[in-house]
Design a protein around this ligand. Structure first.
Ligand SMILES: [Cu+2]
Length: 139
C-alpha cells in the first residue's frame, strides 16, 4: 500500500520535471553581478529556472535592461542580449550603468517560455560589487 503510494508520487514528480519548460510556466532568475576594471561596467551571471518546475531554462533568449526605480525616465541604458554560460540555465551579460545606486534589472525572457522579470540590485558606492537588494537592506 505505502509502496504503491510512493511509486505514484515519484511518477507525478517525474512528469512535472520533464514538463519543465512548458509554455504555462514562468521564469525565475538568480542574479549576481561583479564589477569589472571599467567603472560602472558589471558582469552579470543570471541563472534562469522554471518557477514551477525548478528545471534550468535552456535555449532561452535573455535581454537585460536596467533602470533606476528612484529616477524614472532619467536613464537610457541600452538593453543587452545575454550569452549562454557554461552550465544549463546560466546566462551572462555585461551591463553598463550610468551611475551607482539602486537599479532594477529588467529580464526579458523568450524561447521556451516568455516572461519579464524585474530584479532590484544595489550597485557601487562603498559596496563595490553589485549586491543583491535583500543583502543591501539587511546590511
Ligand atoms: Cu540615476
Amino acid at each position: 500500500m505505502v509502496r504503491t503510494a510512493l511509486a505514484s508520487l515519484a511518477a507525478a514528480s517525474a512528469a512535472l520535471w520533464t514538463g519543465g519548460a512548458a509554455a504555462a510556466d514562468r521564469a525565475k532568475a538568480t542574479v549576481a553581478c561583479a564589477p569589472t576594471a571599467e567603472r560602472l561596467v558589471y558582469d552579470c551571471r543570471i541563472v534562469l529556472t522554471g518557477r514551477k518546475s525548478g528545471a534550468p531554462l535552456e535555449g532561452a533568449k535573455l535581454v537585460v535592461g536596467a533602470d533606476m526605480p528612484s529616477m524614472p525616465l532619467a536613464h537610457n541604458v541600452r538593453p543587452v542580449t545575454a550569452t549562454p554560460g557554461g552550465t544549463p540555465g546560466l546566462y551572462e551579460a555585461r551591463i553598463e550603468l550610468e551611475m551607482h545606486g539602486e537599479w532594477a534589472l529588467r529580464l526579458d525572457v523568450s524561447g521556451p517560455l516568455r516572461d519579464r522579470l524585474f530584479h532590484k540590485m544595489h550597485f557601487g558606492g562603498a559596496k563595490g560589487a553589485g549586491t543583491d537588494h535583500q543583502h543591501h537592506m539587511k546590511k
